[in-house]
Design a protein around this ligand. Structure first.
Ligand code: SAM
Ligand code: DTB
Ligand code: SF4
Length: 327
């Protein structure tokens, strides 16, 4: 039997009965580090081949000038570098980037646009990109902001495999990070994506000054979606000068690993992606994240606007650890 869970004072969802509570999740967070890692790795091995890592390449298809106020984001017009704004790319340019990504070993290509929500003309243009990228034999993903039901259907009809839209943070911390769109708006976009038949890529950002309880709250909110997301990106805040979160207190790297481990325990069948923030991580820290249950990364030397490790460095790390790319 399902019960209604209150995600925040104003958001509630019907949860499956097997859902973990915040209390149980915090008990996991508080375990001795190696016990948590052992437990998470055990869950990981039960569901996944622990050698396999999935590689997604990002491309910013429309950069900067975004009307939203996400306090972490380099692309919000109120904080962005006006010289770095770029209009929506031509389909051919995107296809060239996708070919290069495939040649380097990426299996999924994710197109990101700095929009609150796509306009109808722009969405049509993106559907042409999706069809052509898919024809190269790559999985396709897009992150274009809020979607209504019809927009989600249009993307699904074009063959888009995944839609990325993050909850970003615990519902009770969210209001201090983003003011121009509500947590509820995100949940309804995710419902439209799910109903359209596309797979859901949904995660969040940590290292924004939230508490451990709020990190746990984000993971519980993700796990309590009516169906868990197929893909869960865990981003470590990339601090960009000019954004309100520049200078936020650095997160203890072990706390980052704990967050990955708890995500693995809460969403055993989801791909957990070690996402933004890898550029500043040592190889050893990334290895710990893979052991804790991360089995996907953003690949290629650029995220959307900020750097990511070069693919040669990642390939070298995979070789040293005996990891292989998931096909
Ligand atoms: N504009 C669309 C939206 O916000 O839905 C799509 C692109 S937006 C850049 C996608 C996600 O990237 C955000 O929801 C956030 O979780 C993540 N992100 C953005 N800037 C980041 C940063 N500086 N560090 C870590 N993650 C970031
Ligand atoms: C996600 O969760 N992380 C990606 C992707 N989805 C779109 C974006 C990370 C952005 C990092 C900052 C930047 O490069 O602008
Ligand atoms: Fe715009 Fe997305 Fe950046 Fe928010 S995260 S400011 S919606 S590009």
């Amino acid at each position: 039997m399902s019960e209604t869970v209150q995600l925040s004072s104003s958001v509630s969802l019907t949860a499956r009965p097997d859902q973990p509570t915040l209390g149980r999740t915090l008990v996991w967070f508080e375990k001795p580090f190696f016990e948590l890692l052992h437990d998470a790795h055990t869950v990981h091995r039960r569901h996944w081949d622990p050698r396999e890592i999935q590689l997604s390449q990002l491309l910013s298809i429309k950069t900067g000038g975004c009307p939203e106020d996400c306090h972490y984001c380099s692309q919000a017009s109120r904080y962005d570098d006006k010289n770095k704004r770029e209009p929506l790319m031509a389909v051919e340019e995107v296809v060239e980037a996708a070919k290069a990504a495939k040649a380097r070993g990426a299996t999924r290509f994710c197109m990101g646009a700095a929009w609150r929500s796509p306009k109808s003309e722009d969405l049509k243009h993106v559907t042409r990109m999706v069809a052509e990228v898919k024809a190269l034999g790559l999985e396709t993903c897009a992150t274009l902001g809020l979607l209504d039901e019809a927009q989600a259907m249009e993307l699904a009809d074009a063959g888009l495999d995944y839609y990325n839209h993050n909850l970003d943070s615990d519902p009770d911390f969210y209001g201090s990070i983003v003011r121009t769109r509500q947590f509820e708006d995100r949940v309804s976009t995710l419902q439209h994506v799910r109903q359209s038949g596309m797979k859901v890529c949904c995660g969040g950002i940590i290292g924004m000054g939230e508490s451990r309880t709020q990190r746990a709250g984000l993971l519980v909110a993700l796990a309590q979606l009516p169906e868990p997301p197929e893909s869960v990106p865990i981003n470590l805040l990339v601090q960009v000068q000019g954004t309100p979160l520049y200078g936020a207190p650095e997160l203890d790297p072990f706390e980052f690993v704990r967050t990955i481990a708890v995500a693995r325990m809460l969403m055993p069948k989801s791909r957990v992606r070690l996402s933004a923030g890898r550029d500043g991580m040592s190889d050893e820290l990334q290895a710990m994240c893979f052991y804790a249950g991360a089995n996907s990364i953003f690949y290629g030397e650029q995220l959307l606007t900020t750097p990511n490790p070069a693919s040669e460095r990642d390939q070298m790390l995979f070789k040293r650890l005996g990891l292989i790319s998931a096909t």
